[in-house]
Design a protein around this ligand. Structure first.
Ligand SMILES: *[C@@H]1O[C@H](CO)[C@@H](O)[C@H](O)[C@H]1NC(C)=O
Ligand SMILES: *[C@@H]1O[C@H](CO)[C@@H](O)[C@H](O)[C@H]1NC(C)=O
Ligand SMILES: *[C@@H]1O[C@H](CO)[C@@H](O)[C@H](O)[C@H]1NC(C)=O
Ligand SMILES: *[C@@H]1O[C@H](CO)[C@@H](O)[C@H](O)[C@H]1NC(C)=O
Ligand SMILES: *[C@@H]1O[C@H](CO)[C@@H](O)[C@H](O)[C@H]1NC(C)=O
Ligand SMILES: *[C@@H]1O[C@H](CO)[C@@H](O)[C@H](O)[C@H]1NC(C)=O
Length: 314
């Protein structure tokens, strides 16, 4: 990524800050109304990808240039003699992304609002044409197996308490050359898709015929060290997050905020929402952040605590 890319990142962050907090999943349903298919394989799952925020007319498909894609699943049931039925599964932060990435600050207390949950809606969200990067069929199941994704798997992930895992984690922190074992793992929309395909593979014994790829936003670091809350580095950390909030959502002129942003680089601190831990970042060099569209192995969700259904870990 070059300086223009960094500037685009900055512009995206500013544009995001202007977005109203979304009305999370107001038309959500629990389980699609699949028609009975007598065990015939009638339901297909398609991985759907589109440039991030392309529903926003000010952003359009520009983020294709940055490799930034939103990933979802489209579910279609075909039965002879019936009109096709379809649904969309998204996994996302329940607040706007910025709300999940920046804390609200009160004195020396930081609070986060970053639950990541599934939303299932009727129809193909935004229409088929929206998913311009990909709309590929990766899995076929009969209706009774397909239903288990919504009755056995999704509730186990989705019904955890507020502020409990899985929590949205935008940044992935990696050391260059050791991409497969990140220092901080990201959890974004693509992971929700990954976990469903993994469930199908392990529990429904139907692996997808497909290598899943999605976007990660990577902060490269040589190492990270844990910062205790209210320890000696805490005031500096608060100031850093305060600076980030002003840069993205502040009232100053944009050019002023851009200079402030450059001043805050390299990345000093990250919060790992799933570990609920703060880290100091060492060895983060220009261009500081990179977005990559990479292949990911199938895996299940992080240990979710006591709400977890055993079936996740068979
Ligand atoms: C998951 O949880 C969210 C937040 O509580 C809710 O809005 C959504 O409808 C749930 N999704 C499913 C598929 O149950
Ligand atoms: C299932 O497939 C069989 C054989 O193709 C067909 O005769 C039957 O009508 C199908 N059932 C449904 C509900 O589609
Ligand atoms: C649906 O498919 C699964 C395998 O994926 C199979 O075990 C099950 O018997 C099938 N359901 C019916 C009703 O045939
Ligand atoms: C999705 O469902 C609608 C009806 O709900 C149907 O008109 C449309 O053809 C379906 N699209 C696909 C790709 O199956
Ligand atoms: C900030 O913290 C103070 C003291 O802990 C509390 O009285 C106040 O209500 C808090 N403000 C907000 C907006 O949460
Ligand atoms: C969660 O489970 C562990 C052991 O499995 C138990 O010790 C702990 O008390 C449980 N916590 C809650 C909140 O139920």
């Amino acid at each position: 990524m070059s300086l223009p890319h960094v500037l685009q990142f900055f512009c995206v962050a500013v544009a995001l800050a202007q977005q109203p907090t979304k009305d999370w999943c107001k038309d959500g349903i629990k389980v699609p109304s699949f028609s009975e298919d007598d065990g015939n394989v009638s339901v297909e799952f398609r991985v759907a990808q589109a440039p991030l925020f392309s529903t926003n007319p000010h952003i359009g498909t520009k983020l294709r240039w940055l490799n930034l894609y939103h990933t979802a699943l489209v579910v279609v049931q075909h039965l002879p003699g019936l009109a096709p039925k379809n649904w969309t599964i998204e996994f996302d932060s329940v607040t706007n992304v910025l709300g999940a990435v920046l804390p609200s600050i009160n004195g020396s207390t930081l609070s986060w609002n970053n639950d990541a949950r599934y939303c299932v809606t009727e129809g193909i969200l935004w229409g088929e044409a929206h998913w311009s990067q990909m709309l590929d069929t990766v899995l076929r199941l009969n209706a009774s197996s397909a239903r288990r994704i919504f009755t056995d798997f999704i509730p186990a992930v989705n019904d955890t308490a507020h502020q409990s895992k899985p929590l949205y984690q935008l940044w992935r922190v990696e050391t260059r050359g050791v991409e497969t074992s990140p220092l901080v793992k990201d959890i974004t929309c693509g992971d929700g898709v990954n976990w469903i395909l993994d469930f199908s593979s392990r529990v429904l014994l139907t692996p997808p015929l497909f290598e899943l790829k999605y976007t990660s936003i990577v902060v490269y670091a040589d190492r990270i060290s844990k910062i205790p809350v209210n320890g000696k580095d805490w005031p500096d950390l608060i100031q850093y997050f305060q600076g980030m909030s002003e840069v993205t959502g502040g009232k100053e002129a944009v050019w002023h905020r851009l200079l402030e942003f450059l001043h805050l680089m390299p990345v000093h601190y990250v919060y790992d929402s799933n570990a609920k831990a703060y880290y100091k970042v060492e060895g983060n060099h220009f261009p500081w952040l990179e977005s990559k569209y990479h292949a990911v192995p199938l895996e299940g969700p992080p240990k979710l605590g006591n709400h977890t259904n055993e079936i996740l870990f068979v």
